[in-house]
Design a protein around this ligand. Sequence first.
Ligand SMILES: Cc1cc2nc3c(=O)[nH]c(=O)nc-3n(C[C@H](O)[C@H](O)[C@H](O)COP(=O)(O)OP(=O)(O)OC[C@H]3O[C@@H](n4cnc5c(N)ncnc54)[C@H](O)[C@@H]3O)c2cc1C
Ligand SMILES: NC(=O)c1ccc[n+]([C@@H]2O[C@H](COP(=O)([O-])OP(=O)(O)OC[C@H]3O[C@@H](n4cnc5c(N)ncnc54)[C@H](O)[C@@H]3O)[C@@H](O)[C@H]2O)c1
Length: 442
Amino acid sequence: MKYDYDLLVIGAGSGGVRAARIAAGYGQKVAICEADQVGGTCVIRGCVPKKLLVYAAQYKKMFSTAKAYGWNIQSQFDWSSLISNKDQEIDRLNGIYLNLLDNAGVELLQGFGAFVDPHTVAVDGDHHTARHILIATGGIPAVPNIPGRDQVITSNEALNLAKLPETITINGGGYIAVEFAGIFNALGVEVNLVYRGQQLLRGFDDEVAAFAQQAFTEAGIRVITNTEIDAVEKTARGLICHAGETGIESDVVLFATGRQANTAGLNLQAAGVDCQANGQVLVNHDQASSTPHIYAVGDVCNNDNLTPVAIKEGHLLVNRLFNDGKEYPEYDFIPTTVFSQPEIGTCGLTEAEARSNHAHIECFTSTFRAMKYAMSDVHEKTFMKLVVNQQTDQVLGIHVVGADAGEMIQGFAVALKQGLSKTQLNKTIGIHPTSAEELVTM
Ligand SMILES: Cc1cc2nc3c(=O)[nH]c(=O)nc-3n(C[C@H](O)[C@H](O)[C@H](O)COP(=O)(O)OP(=O)(O)OC[C@H]3O[C@@H](n4cnc5c(N)ncnc54)[C@H](O)[C@@H]3O)c2cc1C
Ligand SMILES: NC(=O)c1ccc[n+]([C@@H]2O[C@H](COP(=O)([O-])OP(=O)(O)OC[C@H]3O[C@@H](n4cnc5c(N)ncnc54)[C@H](O)[C@@H]3O)[C@@H](O)[C@H]2O)c1
């Protein structure tokens, strides 16, 4: 049968754009459909705008340190300038993504895609057929169904607030909650960070999470644990979050309570694509769904929901489909950074994970004040931790909380992925004076 396209991608985010342009580069006829702005979560309402706000927030510490270095700075922060500059930058990046697709010869079908049958996708009503179809529709914020749900914002809106609130309550204890808590706190907003558990950042190394939580508190964030918000109510002065007997008042309430696969309205049943109750598309080792010529990559599979993972999955999939590729994504030693204040960079196993898989684990830790803060009023400390298999000497995990942790961990991740041993780490000469040198001397 003749199809309109060799590959039709639904969703022009991180995974979809990469897959589409690489497939087109292999001479395939490719279309990509996008309901919103090309670029997806990462570029339009995720990693990139968030990181720009993180940079803005970091100036607070820089200004606090400046005096010790002889700089006398009068600083004044203007939220609307930041947001308008951020919007311009996002528009610029959106333009780059549009050009990337255009230059690669990918046809952009602007509109919402939904399956009609296993080889046909309707984009705002127009039918398009394809030999292979890739679902790359990402995720959306998940907000629990509580009274007053319509009063709360998510990360989507937090990046575009018309004005900086005086107070904000953030619900959640994961990446987005602590990143936005750090941003708003540094920009002078009174922040309540409410978490239903005992310790923020579940899934991270326990010592790392505890150290970070302490640092957030010392930086001025009001961390409220063991508290579950069960209703949000509008009052004359703003909003009140009810948590049992407790009431927490603020101007704005941000829920960062996780994300869910974005498959509503895709009409997956018409294509025979199985998904879980939460919408997550089920894929096998080949990224193939229950309908073998329909694939899925990125957050819609709810695996490791990170941009570089979505890109790798999309790229390798089309290599295998159209260029005789043999490589598959590897999910061990994926480095990640929480862009909180301080930052948390991590790669490999936590101590608890290592202990549950290996009989003899040794951990090395170090806590110190980074040199750049030594002369200043900034008392933030850096924490580093190595998790080592005593029997094989292999370093199983590296964790850093502190300035530039993300930049540090990327390089170490390369070595970890190659099976770095503690002896090799210690044989490496450090760079002095840096914080990173501590990792080769522990
Ligand atoms: C606030 C925030 C900060 C983040 N920060 C980081 C970070 O610092 N580092 C990191 O690695 N990851 C970060 N992430 C996660 C990262 O953004 C995602 O893992 C990544 O974007 C997933 O890419 P994707 O291709 O799977 O989907 P997406 O990038 O979400 O793209 C999906 C696209 O599909 C479109 N779409 C959906 N349904 C349809 C349809 N039916 N028809 C047409 N189009 C459709 C959507 O509009 C969207 O453009 C962050 C996420 C958020 C929310
Ligand atoms: N820097 C980065 O790389 C980065 C930044 C942001 C997001 N992300 C990706 O996006 C994903 C989503 O981020 P996220 O912070 O929304 O999710 P998350 O899974 O990291 O955290 C969700 C938090 O909400 C809490 N929660 C869930 N349901 C709740 C409920 N009903 N009531 C109260 N609390 C509830 C959880 O306990 C958890 O603390 C991340 O897991 C990550 O993969 C990455």
